[in-house]
Design a protein around this ligand. Structure first.
Ligand code: ATP
Length: 233
């Protein structure tokens, strides 16, 4: 992996933000700053608001009260037609990989490049090889999702998240379907991605692995977002 972005720049800033699901206030007065180069765990009990917070960051839920900025986009002024442009600055990884089963790894990646405005075939091929190299799957591009392991499928979904060279990677329980060894490998990869200058925010319940890869922790608790620490785990 060689792509390196400049570190320390604040790429997510929430100030006094209220997060609602329909009329239900999930988190109130959320303050958060995330910087490039920083890996952060997002923890909290089931239903405490982790996914809701991530949805605010990728423009799925509008913010209530407060101010928010993500990758240079003002969340208060975000129009629905701008959301695809915000998402291009973000790489999003889910628990269930969400690969298209009817096409190869290469074609899954090609599909996303075309959908995000890439046109030049040669440039697209170069980019696909690059992101597969970054996740250690350079030679698996011709395979279909069912021909590779769960861990490899998650690597492909991380490669897909990196296609447009995002400033921020958001991962919602990315290791939830993986065995312990594969989980460790995915955590190493996500930490490397942060070290190369992206902000990585990962929602997880997997406290055992957090102990072996210590990092900043933020926690949804009693309707608030608070800084956590390893001793509380
Ligand atoms: N689409 C929705 N409509 C209404 N309420 C919702 C919706 N999605 C979630 N909620 C509610 O918002 C609260 C926060 O849910 P959220 O999914 O953010 O929690 P979470 O911490 O991500 O949980 P988990 O760890 O189970 O994924 C919960 O009370 C949930 O019931």
């Amino acid at each position: 992996m060689e792509e390196v972005q400049e570190n320390n720049e604040v790429v997510i800033k929430l100030e006094g933000v209220n997060i609602l699901q329909r009329d239900h206030l999930v988190l109130s007065d959320v303050n958060l700053e995330l910087r490039k180069g920083e890996f952060t765990y997002l923890i909290g009990k089931t239903g405490s608001g982790k996914s809701s917070l991530l949805k605010v960051l990728y423009g799925e839920i509008p913010i209530g009260k407060g101010k928010g900025e993500v990758a240079g986009f003002d969340l208060n002024k975000l129009k629905s037609k701008q959301i695809p442009f915000l998402r291009r600055k973000l790489g999003i990884v889910f628990q269930d990989f969400q690969l298209l089963s009817d096409r190869t790894v290469n074609d899954n990646l090609l599909f996303v490049l075309k959908a995000t405005g890439w046109k030049n075939k040669q440039q697209m091929d170069v980019r696909i090889r690059k992101v597969l190299d970054m996740v250690g799957l350079m030679h698996k591009g011709y395979k279909f999702p069912h021909e590779i392991s769960g861990g490899e499928q998650q690597r492909v979904s991380i490669a897909r998240a990196l296609l447009n060279d995002p400033e921020i990677v958001i991962a919602d329980e990315p290791t939830g379907n993986l065995d312990p060894k594969t989980t460790q490998e995915i955590l190493v990869l996500l930490h490397e991605i942060a070290q190369r200058g992206r902000a990585v925010l990962m929602a997880t319940h997997d406290y055992a692995n957090m102990l072996s890869f210590s990092s900043r922790i933020i926690k949804c608790e009693d309707g608030k977002l608070v800084e956590g620490n390893m001793e509380q785990i």
